[in-house]
Design a protein around this ligand. Structure first.
Ligand SMILES: *Cc1c(COP(=O)(O)O)cnc(C)c1O
Length: 465
């Protein structure tokens, strides 16, 4: 048997990968044609690939490595737990110390009375839990018809059948018969692309009031909950106008529906506070968590649940759970991650020092001829690529053509920045330093220059008419 290792030539690894590994959100033939980039190790904010390139990871993996790569303490926490108790379940009236300790820690960190956690293995699973929980909650309260969940177009809530239905990604709904029934999508607060002649403030109010209109249209007695990310992540780091969340909160307070904040990205420091709900002054009944909870070192997600909902749920046996709900190794890793984020002041520093510095530098990108708006929420950000800043025009070419060209340029400059359509997004590890931010901005600028030159050469700097 050949030993597959980091020492194999890249081309051989790529061939084996293409032969046997089906990648998420990837065209397999296209990937086989060019070969996957093989990442071999990482430290801090820097990835190393099999060709020895050092790459600045401005995406923290998939928005998750908040603490940065290479923290031995987390590896040691996992090894300790694996030796002591590698697995036991939390079904059938049993529990274990890592699940208890993490639940206690989360209750202390979470705002308001989100004092209870239902564990899952991922964000998708946690949102499936939420979908079933809010419907079961209303059934328990004698209102089984309250089962519609209102969500938003271009929201991302995961990739399982339930969570992808909650999400509003048209490309995902086009495959496999989604969404499932009783999920209703309203429009997103994406001023740059959809705001027309309104000011951002007017537009934020208008989009929030679509929730109220939907509740009237569907019937308050039919609506169970509204789910939203405080800042849409995968949708393109859409930072809502300031008027949006206060109006959503007013509507949720007025009508008898539950508010679910999907904090899978926003949680654990991303927006400059521990939770996005604190940044935007939201009071959710349920909060979805994953990603930064363990900084991606081990798979874990969960639903933080308020006292009132937990009390009602505790009156029944909720016929739901995952083999890996409260996995002891993942809980131990998450607990160590939270300890370090807190004790080393990583979240506090991200909010007080790093975020303002990043915003100052990021905003300068609007001086580039290819860039329309630049948005920052804590340590997540986006820029809109446009052929015409003054009219906020989209490109005449298919959405994502310019974004892809820019992302390829970034890769060429050893910078991981993602594109969502023709928006470029970042979400670096919270430990990124000021000099590393300077490097990131330099590489982004150079990549924008190269993308701009290529778009001009190919006649793609045309606005949609
Ligand atoms: C990533 C993400 C999810 C899904 O989490 P997985 O761990 O990939 O299942 C859900 N909601 C949001 C906001 C996310 O960004």
């Amino acid at each position: 048997m050949t030993l597959i290792s980091n020492h194999m030539p890249t081309a051989e690894l790529q061939a084996l990968d293409a032969a046997h590994h089906m990648h998420p959100f990837t065209n397999g033939n296209e990937l086989a044609g060019r070969g996957a980039r093989v990442i071999t190790r990482a430290k801090g904010v820097t990835l190393t690939d099999s060709e020895g390139n050092d790459i600045l990871d401005a995406m923290a993996g998939l928005w998750c490595v908040n603490i940065g790569y290479g923290r031995d303490e987390l590896a040691e926490a996992a090894a300790r737990q694996m030796k002591e108790l590698p697995y036991y379940n939390t079904f059938f009236m049993t529990t274990h110390v890592p699940a208890i300790a993490l639940a206690d820690k989360l209750a202390k960190l979470a705002p308001h009375d989100l004092n209870h956690v239902f564990y899952a293995g991922s964000g998708s699973e946690a949102n499936d839990t939420n979908l079933r929980m809010v419907r079961t909650y209303w059934a328990q309260k004698g209102k089984p018809d309250k089962k519609i969940v209102i969500s938003r177009k271009n929201a991302y809530h995961g990739s399982s059948v339930g969570s992808a239905s909650l999400g509003g990604m048209s490309g995902m709904h086009a495959q496999g018969g989604l969404p499932i029934p009783d999920i209703h999508h309203i429009n997103q607060p994406h001023w740059w692309a959809e705001g027309g002649d309104m000011s951002p403030e007017e537009f934020g109010l208008a989009r929030a009031r679509e929730l109220e209109e939907a509740i009237h249209e569907l019937g308050e007695d039919k609506v169970a909950a509204f789910i939203a990310e405080p800042v849409q992540g995968a949708g393109g780091v859409i930072v809502p106008p300031e008027t949006y969340w206060p109006e959503i909160q007013r509507i949720c307070d007025t009508y008898e529906i539950l508010l679910i904040a999907d904090e899978v990205i926003c949680g654990f420091g991303r927006t400059g506070n521990w939770f996005g709900s604190q940044t935007y002054n939201i009071r959710p009944h349920i909060m979805t968590i994953a990603k930064g909870l363990s900084s991606g070192y081990a798979p874990i997600g969960g639903s933080l649940v308020c006292d009132e909902v937990a009390e009602v749920m505790n009156d029944c046996e909720f016929a739901h759970g995952y083999t890996y709900s409260g996995h002891p190794v993942s809980c131990a890793v998450a607990l160590e991650n939270l300890r370090i984020l807190e004790e080393e002041g990583i979240v506090d520093r991200a909010g007080a020092e790093t975020a303002p510095y990043l915003k100052e530098k990021w905003d300068l990108l609007t001086d580039h001829p290819l860039v329309g708006e630049a948005k920052i929420a804590g340590l997540m950000g986006s820029i809109a690529l446009t052929p015409d800043k003054s009219s906020r025009a989209a490109f005449a070419a298919d959405a994502g053509t310019a974004g892809l060209i820019c992302r390829e340029a970034c890769f060429g400059n050893n910078l991981v920045m993602r594109h969502v359509g023709d928006r470029m997004v970042i979400s670096p590890p919270l430990v990124i330093t000021k000099p590393e931010i300077d490097t990131m901005i330099e590489r982004a600028w150079r990549s924008l220059d190269q993308a701009h030159a290529r778009l001009k050469d190919e006649g793609l700097m045309k606005a949609v008419s």
